[in-house]
Design a protein around this ligand. Structure first.
Ligand SMILES: Cc1cc2nc3c(=O)[nH]c(=O)nc-3n(C[C@H](O)[C@H](O)[C@H](O)COP(=O)(O)OP(=O)(O)OC[C@H]3O[C@@H](n4cnc5c(N)ncnc54)[C@H](O)[C@@H]3O)c2cc1C
Length: 424
């Protein structure tokens, strides 16, 4: 394995894990802050960013070491070098060449800046810098209300920083294709005093000493300490020359269902092979590629990959939404159930949000689910399993769940879809 940085990639070092370590700290802060109602009386609650930094670093180091140990125990040799080009049966690195019958390209993606704001690593930053800041900026403009922008907005706003989000489309989290989920997260960010500006772009920004003056397309100017550009990422695909490898118009290496590139013995997985940019999509493709290389038949199933935005509340989704079904002309039925009608949610003060189950109209086979609410990351797994096992609304409705539990929301939503909701 050729790796130019620490093993673990973006996920462990600058993505999923550091952000979740930070969000755990801020959610604990928010819960404690709101704890009076539940009997928690703290004299003076403060948020210590040095401890957050320590927790984040310890978490990352522990998990990176874990991966290093796993690789060592399986006899994987790590070559610390930069791969420059992948050929038919050879990888040319800066300092060496490695030959192999089969090659897997897993070079990932990196943050992309925009013409109106180029990264300078200090005032105008990307996610790589944002997740490593020892001290949060006192004010920040987040350009792009996608997953990364909203998770960072949730963290910074939760710890009392002044947060502005500018999104050029008409709502944040537009790619979720779920206006209701976007509205709930918008409300929650507003409650944390973040300002959400939609339908506008960042036109220009100028750095003056320690501040950045940002001009928005609506004519407004904002002065902030830092600007986070979270408008998108680009694939690290330059190792695969276009002479040899087919690429799409955004530079992803094109692969088939077995993760094979246009060069038969070369596979590509993860972000470099296209969206969704998710760690578990990369792992899934890794399993597919390795199975195929070892002679088994295995096909990737991207449409059944769940995702979760770790906002407050979380938003998780798998399969299709009713809005997508309508766009595609698919006949579907769906049911919803609010967290506010679930016993566990009410007793734990987690009443924001809802779950939705979407199924094909003729046979009620489940084709999608969306959960906006507490523990959505965990709850969505049941719907993922339902999709994989092609379960029906009736299967889910008749599955007995622990009472009281958030899980009861799912059979209730399934019952609602067939007109038999018990508690709605
Ligand atoms: C802030 C943030 C939060 C995220 N949160 C989540 C989340 O909660 N859940 C989730 O599922 N996903 C999340 N993601 C996305 C997730 O991190 C990526 O989808 C995932 O890391 C992709 O894995 P990968 O193996 O394709 O690439 P990467 O993780 O990017 O790994 C690529 C590796 O290749 C190395 N490399 C690149 N080029 C070369 C070269 N030429 N030679 C040698 N080595 C090279 C890099 O150093 C890197 O280690 C997040 C991303 C970000 C930025």
């Amino acid at each position: 394995m050729v790796e130019e940085n620490r093993v673990g990639g973006v996920c462990l070092n600058a993505g999923c894990i550091p952000t979740k370590a930070m969000l755990y700290c801020s959610s604990l802060f928010v819960s404690s802050f709101n704890g009076k109602r539940y009997g928690l009386n703290a004299q003076e609650l403060t948020f210590d960013e040095t401890s957050v930094d320590r927790h984040r670093n310890l978490t990352v180091t522990k998990l990176v070491k874990g991966v290093e140990n796993l690789l060592a125990s399986r006899g994987v040799e790590i070559v610390s070098d930069r791969a420059e080009s992948v050929l038919m049966r050879k990888v040319k690195c800066r300092n060496c060449e490695i030959e192999g019958d089969k090659i897997i390209i897993a070079t990932g993606s990196c943050p992309a800046d925009i013409p109106s704001a180029r990264f300078d690593g200090e005032h105008i930053i990307g996610s790589n810098e944002a997740v490593k800041l020892k001290n949060a900026p006192s004010s920040v403009l987040i350009v792009g209300g996608g997953v990364i922008g909203i998770e960072m907005a949730t963290y910074w706003a939760s710890i009392g920083k002044s947060v502005f989000v500018v999104e050029m489309l008409d709502r944040i989290l537009p790619l979720l294709n779920d206006p209701r989920a976007s509205a709930i997260v918008t409300e929650s960010l507003k409650k944390k005093k973040a300002r959400i500006i939609t339908g506008e772009r960042l036109e220009k920004c100028e750095v003056f000493g320690d501040a950045v003056k940002c001009h928005l397309s609506g004519g407004e100017s904002l002065e902030v300490e830092r600007v986070l550009i979270s408008t998108g990422r680009k694939p690290n695909s330059c190792v695969a020359s276009s002479d040899l490898f087919q690429k799409d118009n955004r530079g992803h290496i094109v692969t088939d269902e077995a993760c094979r590139t246009s060069v038969e013995n070369v596979f590509a997985i993860g972000d470099v092979a296209g969206e969704p940019y998710l760690a578990h999509k990369a792992s899934h493709e890794a399993e597919v590629a390795v199975s195929v290389i070892s002679g088994k038949s295995y096909r990737k199933e991207i449409e059944k990959i769940p995702s979760c935005v770790f906002s407050d509340p979380e938003v998780a989704t798998v399969g299709i939404t009713p809005y997508e079904a309508e766009e595609k002309g698919l006949k579907v039925v769906w049911g919803e159930f609010p967290f506010s009608a679930n016993g566990k949610a009410v007793s734990s003060g987690m009443i924001d949000g809802y779950a939705r189950i979407v199924a094909r109209k003729p046979d009620h086979v489940i084709v999608g689910g969306q959960i906006t609410g507490a523990c959505a990351d965990i709850l969505i797994a049941e719907i993922s399993l339902a999709l994989r096992a092609e379960l029906s609304l009736e299967d889910l409705a008749e599955t007995v769940h622990v009472h009281p539990s958030l899980g009861e929301i799912l059979p209730e939503a399934a019952r609602d879809a067939i007109g038999k909701a018990l508690h709605k």
